[in-house]
Design a protein around this ligand. Structure first.
Ligand SMILES: CC(C)(COP(=O)(O)OP(=O)(O)OC[C@H]1O[C@@H](n2cnc3c(N)ncnc32)[C@H](O)[C@@H]1OP(=O)(O)O)[C@@H](O)C(=O)NCCC(=O)NCCS
Length: 186
């Protein structure tokens, strides 16, 4: 049962970063990340405009852990102790044995291998600590960095969902990616 993992210790010490549950104290750092237009460019939500929005987001992540509907880790930089991003999984389906992953990093930490390390650790967590069979991700077509990350971590591009969702007031194409237990990557 995937619900059992919420009882496990969730923090992970990695080489560059620590992954740990998000708390209300992270709201300032979350605001820095989620108010950046470049970070939010391919997100289905607008950049934050007020600090209250990041309080709400921290609460949403924390509630997701309490009601066992998602795990969102804070990505804490080991050298500075600063929260520089988040990543995790949601849309948990016990029946279909699948989850969806999501992630974002503050702009001045892009291209340093940080999300490869963080999401790679989460993939290992999913396939070793749970009975999940399929991990999926949805990425807007121009989001090359995200697609490159998924490809590197062993996800397979399953194709393009044409005019799949309304985003920034237009219907956009979205690529769907997956990694299966039977792919044997983790
Ligand atoms: C997507 C994102 C999380 C990648 O994080 P990151 O820590 O910069 O990624 P990494 O440094 O681990 O790089 C992973 C791979 O992607 C490549 N990559 C990273 N940014 C790239 C870019 N802008 N263009 C092309 N390739 C890129 C890296 O070179 C690396 O591949 P390599 O090891 O073969 O060289 C980051 O760009 C981000 O936060 N973007 C905004 C939020 C977002 O779009 N989230 C995903 C929504 S689906």
């Amino acid at each position: 049962m995937i619900a059992d993992i919420f009882e496990e210790p969730l923090s992970m010490e990695l080489e560059k970063v620590c992954l740990r549950p998000i708390t209300a104290d992270d709201a300032d750092d979350l605001y820095d990340i989620f108010s950046d237009r470049q970070v939010m460019k391919y997100y289905d939500r607008l950049p934050m405009k007020s600090r209250e929005e990041s309080d709400d987001l921290a609460k949403m992540f924390m509630n997701g852990m309490t009601d066992k509907t998602m795990i969102r880790w804070g990505i804490e930089e080991r050298s500075s102790g600063k929260l520089i991003g988040t990543c995790g999984f949601f849309c948990i389906s016990e029946d279909d044995k699948k989850v969806e992953v999501g992630y974002e990093l503050r702009r001045d930490r892009w291209g340093m291998g940080i999300m490869s390390e963080a999401l790679g650790a989460i993939m290992r967590f999913i396939f070793t600590k749970t009975d999940i069979n399929r991990v999926e991700a949805f990425v807007e077509v121009p989001n090359v960095a995200s697609m490159r990350l998924l490809d590197k971590l062993g996800f397979v591009n399953e194709g393009t969902l044409r005019q799949y969702e309304r985003c920034r007031n237009e219907l956009i194409d979205v690529t769907i990616w997956s990694c299966l237990r039977s792919d044997g990557v983790y």
